[in-house]
Every structure is written in C-alpha cells, then in structure tokens.
Design a protein around this ligand. Structure first.
Ligand code: FE2
Ligand code: FE2
Length: 358
C-alpha cells in the first residue's frame, strides 16, 4: 500500500487549510486583541455546568463574584492546558513532517507542517485572552502555571511518542492516540460555544478554533486507521491496547482514575479563588468521591456520554478482530463506569454537534 494513495485525504484537508490559513489573523488574533476583560460583566468563559466544583457545597460557599471567577479560571486552566498540549502536538507534528519529507510524500508532510502554523496561532490567541482574564482577577500567568501541576503530562506525552517514533521510524502511534485528545477537547469546546451566557468575543474565537480542530480531528481519525493498516499483527494489538488505556484516562469532569496531578490542579485553582488550602483539599475529596452530588451535572454527564459514544464508534471502525474491539470498549467503559451502565436520560441535554461554518 503506497503512502501517497492512503494519505490521499490530506489533499482535501490541505485545500480547506489553504483557504483558512490566510484568515488566521482575522479569525484568532484580531478578536483576541479586541477582547477587553473589563466587558466581561456577568459573562461566562466556560460552560456553566462544567465549571469546576459546580453545584458542590464549596460552590455555594463562594460569592457570585467568586463563582464567576472560578468559571473564568476553569477556562484559563483548560485553555492553558490546551495551549500546552497544542505545543506538545506541534513538536510531534513537525517530527512527523520531517520523517515524511525524507521518506514519504512531501505534500502530506506539508499538510502536517501546516497544522503547526495553525496551532501556533491558536496558542497565541489563547494566551492573549488568558493573560487579560488573569489580570482582570489580579493574577498572573505564573500563578496559573504554579497551580496547574498537570501541565507536565504534555511533556511526557511528547517524550513517549518521540521515543516510539524514533524506534519505529514514523509517528503513526502518535496520530492514533491524538484522536481521543481531539474528541475530549471538542466536547468541552462545543459546550462552551453553546453556553448561553458565554462572552460573545471569546465564543467567536472558540468557534473558529472548533472549525480548525474539526479538520485536525479528521487528520487524526484517518491517519490512525491508515497507521493501523500498516502495522503487523503484534504491533496492531499493542497499539489498540495502548489506545484503549489512553482513551480511558482522558475525561471530562471527575473520573475513577483522577490522579495526583489532576488533584493538585483542582485544589490549586480553588486556592487561587481565595479558598484556604485545607478547605480546598476537603472540597476536592468530597467532589471526587461523589459525596454530595453522586451524579454529575446534566451537561457533564452528557459530555461524558458523548465522549464514550465517539470512542465506541471509532473502535467499531477499526479493522481489528472482534475480540480486540470488545477489549478496547471494555477498558474505555471501565473508566467511564458512571455513564457506561446507563443510557442518557431525559434530564441530560442530547449532545449532537452539527458542522460549524464561518
Ligand atoms: Fe488548536
Ligand atoms: Fe489541533
């Protein structure tokens, strides 16, 4: 199977990107520069029900102004993590481009490199907005970074995939695992765009981002399938097992596999809102252990259902033995036990995201 034939889909992605790339400034940097945190008023920057600790006793202990601050900081943490994750993917995107320039189709390599250009503008626009929001709340980027101890996960992601990519001579594994990352990010972003009280300027940036990322997701989804088809049987099993465990560890809201770094970030962010460390720790534990709200807020539950459904549909499309597919679904569902057992119910908004257009 020749790479040129199998990666044919990148031609179409490149055509769309050729059109979009000329407008990166208009779609991202101009609205980010125009954003004025003084206009925030009562606007939100993150889906209300996805605000960290929404509906928990600690949420109700905060004044309305602090609740809004926590919503804004949920955005800052989430999008600074996205910016760092995009910097991480850029490292791998360009490594993939380099290998592809040398050994495979130069046009495919150009498209891989193009995504680096797009991500760099996304990162820049997020940083502009985040810095303005932080200043508005009397905080700095250093405060945010100190609280966000989970950022180092992105470094580890790059190190692991660089090593595997070096050993195998291609970044196929990377594109395969990039798909769950894309779906996870998309779910939260589309809920933010649909949030009625969202700040309109930030909504516009997120909408433009979701459009670019829908294309990046097509790249991940299709490249993952091509990658699998090029692997031998043993490698394919290994890749699928790795995919399932990775996908099971990505989540929206709280999760059975909530780790130390996630805990540190959630606690540190509450402290930034003025909550004493000890109270923040208690609040985190009560939230994680589902003490006060055994069920997540409806939008979080819907987001978790959506992610699980997308993973299951993707696994069904992979050309691997049925036994392996069942194993993958079981691993991912295990992480999502709270929603895997139950079908979405009437209290939950149905998340069906149509295509966005500019
Ligand atoms: Fe991006
Ligand atoms: Fe992307």
């Amino acid at each position: 199977m020749s790479a040129a034939a199998t990666f044919e889909f990148t031609r179409r992605l490149q055509l769309v990107s050729d059109r979009d790339v000329e407008r990166l400034d208009d779609n991202f940097l101009a609205p980010a520069r125009a954003f004025d945190a003084a206009d925030l008023g009562t606007h939100l920057l993150f889906p209300r029900e996805m605000s960290w600790y929404y509906g928990e006793p600690i949420w109700h202990e905060l004044s309305p102004a602090k609740q809004q601050m926590l919503n804004h900081l949920s955005f800052c943490q989430s999008y600074f993590s996205t910016a760092v994750a995009e910097a991480a993917t850029n490292t791998l995107n360009f490594q993939a481009a380099l290998q592809t320039f040398i050994r495979e189709d130069a046009e495919v390599a150009l498209y891989m490199a193009r995504e680096v250009v797009e991500e760099t503008t996304h990162i820049q626009s997020f940083l502009i907005v985040i810095n303005k929001v932080l200043t508005h709340h009397g905080l700095t980027l250093d405060d945010l970074r100190r609280a966000n101890v989970s950022l180092s996960l992105s470094e580890r992601y790059v190190q692991a995939h660089s090593l595997v990519g070096w050993l195998r001579g291609n970044l196929d594994f990377y594109y395969f695992t990039r798909f769950p990352l894309n779906v996870n990010q998309k779910t939260v972003e589309r809920c933010a765009i649909d949030e009625p009280d969202m700040h309109p300027g930030v909504r516009a940036i997120l909408k433009n981002h979701a459009i670019d990322e829908a294309r990046h997701m097509q790249m991940s989804r299709a490249t993952g399938k091509v990658a699998l088809s090029r692997m031998g049987t043993a490698m394919r099993w290994l890749a699928c097992i790795g995919f399932a465990h990775f996908a099971a560890r990505l989540y929206i809201g709280r999760h059975k596999k909530d780790g130390t770094l996630q805990r540190g970030t959630r606690v540190g962010t509450l402290v930034l809102c003025g909550v004493p460390k000890e109270r923040a720790n208690q609040a985190y534990e009560a939230w994680r252990d589902r003490v006060n709200q055994p069920e997540d807020p409806p939008l979080v539950r819907a987001g978790r259902h959506y992610y699980l459904r997308q993973m299951s549909e993707y696994v069904d499309q992979l050309e691997v033995p049925l036994r392996l597919r069942s194993y993958m679904k079981r691993v991912i569902s295990d992480g999502y036990a709270d929603v895997a057992a139950k079908a979405p119910d009437a209290r939950e908004p149905a998340l069906e995201f149509g295509d966005l257009t500019r």
